[in-house]
Design a binder for this molecule. Structure first.
Ligand code: AHM
Ligand code: MG
Length: 346
């Protein structure tokens, strides 16, 4: 719901901390540092075309300086903003191979951070909305000042203590949850601050949009195919046919789904039996936001945040959105399960 109060993100984080008198402030510091990283990334994204920083890593710009790709730059920005904060014991990023260690001389904290520094890679060079996605978990190994391990990172999504994203669209937004509803902030460039723009965001029970890469339809299983056909049939009770919207940046497609309702699908298919999206960096945080806004997030069969991760970069199908729409999808997609399992076992 839109808010009438003028509240900066800084103030909001402080207010939330006061609601938990037992809190040490470590988690608030983590959120503040992450906000700073997002501000730096949004600045780089906004001036990308001007500063010649787009292009392939390893190239030179017109000034003869080495060009850093925007996704690599975003990755470094988050690591630099977070690693000396004293709140994290380990990190992992879609852009980095394994666990990202907290430097030896830095204080080690009680949390781990997983992130996709710049989601929507195919849209970076064409000025279409991209974003940053993050997931925060409490470490499971003892919080005794030691470095975190893979065990701290590889936790199921329902254990997340916070999740969110920044969206670099017609305005920059920061949307996050700490497990008590979803709050959205909009960036004011002139003041250099995020202002609370919606608090306790709830998504509609049913929407009128579906979002899927129809170019993959040749590889869809029967249930997916029948479901998408169903969405295009006329039915006044459910408001079908639905309209198709597909940006190809998960965080942007999910943002629209959060606000307008409807469905986002990156299902399992013959070519990609585990879908495309990454469980730890994309699916878990986006699923937490969807659920916190009253929607549902599944892999087509069960709650996706129950998936026990086995590796950092693993992929998982995602079917999420408005509750009634996802329930419809699950009825059709049940048929795909056996076909998918047979394919994986081959
Ligand atoms: P990325 O992490 O390389 O950006 O890939 C993930 C993106 C998602 O943002 C988006 O939903 C999906 O890939 C689009 O994939 P496709 O082009 O296959 O439809
Ligand atoms: Mg991504």
């Amino acid at each position: 719901m839109p808010t009438s109060k003028l509240i900066t993100i800084e103030r909001h984080i402080a207010d939330q901390q006061h609601l938990h008198p037992e809190a040490s402030g470590e988690f608030s510091r983590l959120l503040r540092d992450l906000t700073l990283a997002v501000r730096v990334i949004q600045r780089e994204v906004r001036r990308a075309g001007l500063a010649d920083i787009l292009g392939l890593a390893g190239e030179e710009n017109v000034h003869g300086e080495a060009v850093k790709k925007l996704d690599a730059l975003s990755n470094e920005t988050i690591i630099r903003a977070m690693r000396y904060g004293g709140h994290l014991c380990a990190m992992a990023s879609e852009e980095s191979e394994g666990l990202i260690q907290i430097p030896e001389r830095a204080e080690k904290g009680a949390y781990v951070l997983l992130f996709d520094p710049l989601d929507g890679s195919s849209n970076i060079d064409v000025n279409v909305t991209i974003g940053t996605i993050f997931s925060v978990l409490h470490r499971v190994t003892p919080s005794d000042g030691t470095v975190g391990t893979m065990e701290d990172l590889l936790q199921a999504g329902y254990r997340q203590v916070a999740a969110g994203y920044a969206l670099y669209g017609s305005s920059t937004m920061l949307v996050y949850t700490t497990g008590d509803g979803v709050d959205a902030f909009t960036y004011d460039h002139t003041l250099g601050d995020f202002f609370l723009s919606a608090s306790g965001l709830r998504m509609p029970e049913r929407g009128k949009y579906y979002s899927i890469n129809e170019g993959n339809s040749i590889n869809w299983f029967g249930g997916t195919r029948r479901f998408v056909e169903y969405l295009k049939q006329e039915d006044s009770a459910t408001g079908r046919p639905y309209s198709l919207r597909y940006i190809g940046t998960a965080v942007a497609d999910i943002h629209r789904t959060l606000l307008y309702g409807g469905l986002f699908l990156y299902p399992a298919d013959r070519k990609s039996p585990n879908g495309k999206l990454r469980l730890m960096y994309e699916v878990n945080p986006l699923a937490m936001l969807i659920e916190q806004a009253g929607g549902m997030a599944t892999d087509g069969w069960s709650r996706v945040m129950e998936t026990q991760p086995t590796s950092l970069h693993q992929r998982v199908p995602l079917i999420c959105g408005s509750r009634l729409d996802v329930e419809d999808a699950l009825r059709f997609l049940a048929d795909d399960r056996a076909e998918r399992d047979a394919l994986i076992q081959q």
